[in-house]
Ligand binder design. Structure first.
Ligand code: PBG
Length: 340
């Protein structure tokens, strides 16, 4: 006879709290409402343009008027924040990325159009040079090196230009050292004291950005003197303690929100930042994470709703307050379905 077979039946039975949907709802620990989601959108020049992105089903490069329509749809579903990324025309990309600080560039035009049409839309702009750089790097390149301090000067100027266009929040995604302090100083000097900074604090040199780089045609170019990857500025996927170092610096420098990116492969880092800061923590469920689920669902290998919801809820459970996800609209529709 098994030595435990004689013991009384268990009196602790966790299954009692899983008996039906009502009790499961009562004891649910994490509830991810659509008002915690940020929808990233890709902007392209022109009018009434919607250019589908092959590796991101459901997403397209949208002209500013179409961005407005998409944001209206999102607002109706309870998603009120948007991260805009410009698909800059190839002829405007240069080695010094000066289009980044042109107050009439595509991104600024899109922000103005959006804010004029929908003042209640909360607009987050990306601060990094890659969409404007002919080399596909987030910073200026000299002698095969991504130059830190000269890049930071441009980023600070870029933030002011975005603030002038109407951005509510700027999000430096470049991983240069000292950029948060420089951006905060420049914004304050320009009188943009209300514009918040969401810092990509722990942004890893990840393979999961592939579809995003396809969307913007922004991958590092294959050419002499141009580093092939972003490993000298984005973090090593093997490191977690280093994320705490970055977090303390960003907090000291004046960041309002700290972000971890990508999300699912870095749930431990999300939790770690949750423990080291009292600031809100954001996570970016990136293009490759979205593409994987979409592709498997298209093949009928996974159930999209179940798996996408599970992925997003797990990011919240790990400690993210804010989640950037390309599936924000789908999720908000499913949510409506559940709560009626
Ligand atoms: C670039 C930037 C990237 C993403 C956001 N901002 C790509 C990169 O660093 O190469 C990726 C987002 C995604 O994959 O969804 N500054």
């Amino acid at each position: 006879m098994h030595p435990l077979a004689d013991l009384p039946r268990p009196w602790r039975r966790p299954r009692r709290l899983r008996k039906n949907a009502v009790i499961r709802g009562l004891v649910r620990e994490t509830r991810l409402t659509p008002d915690r989601l940020v929808l990233p959108l890709f902007v392209i020049g022109g009018e009434n343009v919607s250019q589908p992105i092959g590796s991101m089903p459901g997403h397209a490069r949208l002209s500013p008027d179409r961005v407005v329509a998409k944001c209206q749809e999102a607002l109706n579903l309870g998603v009120g924040a948007f991260a805009l990324f410009p698909a800059v025309a190839p002829e405007l990309k240069t080695a010094d990325a000066t289009e980044a600080v042109n107050p009439r560039n595509l991104l600024c035009r899109a922000v103005r159009t959006l804010k004029e049409a929908l003042p209640e839309a909360y607009v987050i702009t990306d601060i990094a040079l890659d969409p404007y750089s002919s080399m596909g790097h987030d910073g200026l390149v000299a002698d095969g090196v991504i130059v830190n301090d000269a890049t930071v000067d441009v980023l600070a100027e870029m933030a002011v230009v975005h603030a002038d266009a109407g951005a509510d929040m700027v999000a430096p995604s470049d991983m240069m050292d000292g950029r948060v302090a420089a951006i905060r100083t420049a914004l304050d000097e320009a009188g943009a004291t209300d514009v918040a900074i969401l810092s990509y604090t722990a942004k890893y040199a990840s393979g999961f950005y592939g579809p995003f780089r396809e969307a913007l045609d922004s991958a590092p170019v294959d050419s002499d003197g141009v580093p092939k990857d972003k490993k000298t500025y984005q973090m090593d996927p093997a490191n977690a303690r280093e994320a705490s170092v970055e977090a303390l610096l960003d907090e000291e420098e004046g960041a309002d929100v700290l972000m971890v990116k990508p999300a699912l492969p870095y749930l431990d880092v999300i939790r770690r930042l949750r423990m080291v800061t009292e600031l809100p923590v954001a996570a970016y469920h990136v293009s490759g994470e979205y593409a994987m689920l979409k592709a498997a669902a298209e093949k009928g290998w996974l159930d999209e709703r179940t798996c996408m919801t599970e992925a997003l809820v797990s990011i919240a459970r790990a400690g993210a307050d804010v989640i950037f996800t390309y599936a924000a609209l789908e999720y908000a529709r499913w949510w409506k379905d559940v709560v009626g």
